[in-house]
Design a binder for this molecule. Structure first.
Ligand SMILES: NC(=O)c1ccc[n+]([C@@H]2O[C@H](COP(=O)([O-])OP(=O)(O)OC[C@H]3O[C@@H](n4cnc5c(N)ncnc54)[C@H](OP(=O)(O)O)[C@@H]3O)[C@@H](O)[C@H]2O)c1
Length: 356
């Protein structure tokens, strides 16, 4: 059993902790955070050992009636692998702590790529992280793009990718970013940082990215144009993408017209927190003109990196034989792909109409 410590129990950290919990080969060694807010009480309710990461140590937790059983250093010492899910830039300041304890560490996409030996997406470069001491699970947007590019590159080759990323203004809890009511080119400079970040996973990929930010907390939406090296028909591309466990081809029949209904669907399907771990690709948007592929996909920023963190834990600890084995194990335990009607699947029941 791998003991996984989670330093930072916010949007990403709490989801990773719950995902570790359901894996057959992992257990949560504990979670660290600074303040005794509602997420600290949730950690305690879930039965996770709580460790203090702030300068005040355990005092603020005790004052709030919460029992912090040690410091973040104690958590690292008790862990086989640490997942650092602290805010962007803080992870780099924690790197020395993990190295001092000789504890393999996983960082998040808010860190610069130099924080770790490998920028990681399980479907694209799992093997590069096997046995490494550090890996960085790339951002939600980079994860979503890399999952799409991996099968396209393998099946058809990619000549050039051009992506416009319509980014959510903030997460639901990020009240400090709002209220907002605008549509921003963000960043104004082209390419946005997303293209170079994808190149940390696919170094040879030709890609241009443009970013926008809009006033929603739901999901990011990508407008995708990929020039392939061959010219498949759209049906073949749909079939290829539908075969990928972390890509959900949204069937037209579901009547899902945007991120709001996608989130409603996964809440109705009983997903924890309504999380959407998969890229959501509108099946009818998949279009091929010559060698140019076009599609729209939505990415749930709070959720898509969660299964990737689990695979990164296995890669660093060298506990599984292959990427495919780890991905399958993660997906089965978490329920990735479950409860969603896939494009091309038979509807559960089709009512005939009187005049058909
Ligand atoms: N949110 C997203 O959409 C998203 C998507 C993909 C990747 N990421 C990346 O994931 C990382 C975490 O982001 P997040 O959105 O989960 O952040 P978050 O919600 O702000 O959570 C950060 C957590 O870290 C704790 N923390 C703050 N300062 C700390 C410190 N100095 N030492 C230890 N813990 C500290 C916070 O505790 P307190 O609350 O007690 O201060 C909180 O529990 C970032 O690199 C981010 O770029 C985020």
């Amino acid at each position: 059993m791998l003991h996984v410590g989670i330093n930072g129990f916010g949007t990403i950290g709490k989801r990773v902790a719950d995902a570790v919990c359901v894996q057959p080969d992992m257990t949560v060694a504990g979670v660290a955070k600074r303040s005794p807010n509602f997420e600290a009480t949730i950690a305690v309710d879930r039965g996770y050992d709580l460790f203090a990461a702030g300068e005040g140590g355990a005092d603020p937790f005790e004052a709030a009636g919460l029992d912090a059983i040690g410091t973040v250093g104690d958590l690292v010492a008790a862990s086989d692998v640490v997942v650092d899910a602290t805010p962007g830039g803080v992870g780099a300041t924690n790197a020395a702590l993990y190295a001092d304890h000789d504890t393999p560490a996983i960082f998040q996409g808010g860190e610069t790529p130099t924080v770790a030996e490998v920028s990681f997406v399980a479907r694209a470069n799992y093997d590069a992280a096997v046995g490494a001491d550090t890996a960085r699970v790339v951002s939600c947007n980079t994860t979503g793009l890399s999952r799409l590019f991996a099968p396209l590159e393998a099946a058809y080759g990619i000549e050039k990718a051009r992506i416009t990323l319509v980014r959510r203004g903030g997460d639901p809890g990020q009240t400090g970013r709002g209220p907002i009511n605008d549509t921003l080119p963000d960043p104004v400079e082209i390419p946005s940082h997303h293209g170079p970040d994808v190149q940390t996973v696919f170094p040879d990929l030709a890609i241009d990215t443009m970013g926008m930010t809009v006033p929603t907390t739901q999901m990011h939406t990508h407008s995708v144009n990929v020039t392939l090296q061959s010219a498949p028909d759209a049906a073949a591309v749909r079939e290829l993408l539908a075969d990928e466990s972390r890509l959900f081809l949204v069937p037209e029949t579901l009547g899902i017209d945007g991120a709001g209904k996608l989130k409603e669907y996964t809440r109705d399907a009983g997903r924890p927190r309504g999380d959407v771990w998969e890229n959501c690709i509108w099946a009818e948007s998949v279009t091929v003109e010559g060698r140019d592929l076009y599609l729209f996909q939505a990415i749930h920023q709070e959720a898509d990196v969660v299964p990737e963190n689990i695979d990164a834990v296995r890669a660093l600890s060298e506990r599984t034989a292959s990427a495919a084995q780890s991905i399958r194990r993660t997906d089965e335990a978490l329920g990735v792909g479950e409860g969603l009607v896939q494009h091309g699947a038979e509807p559960a029941s089709v009512e005939g109409t009187a005049d058909d």
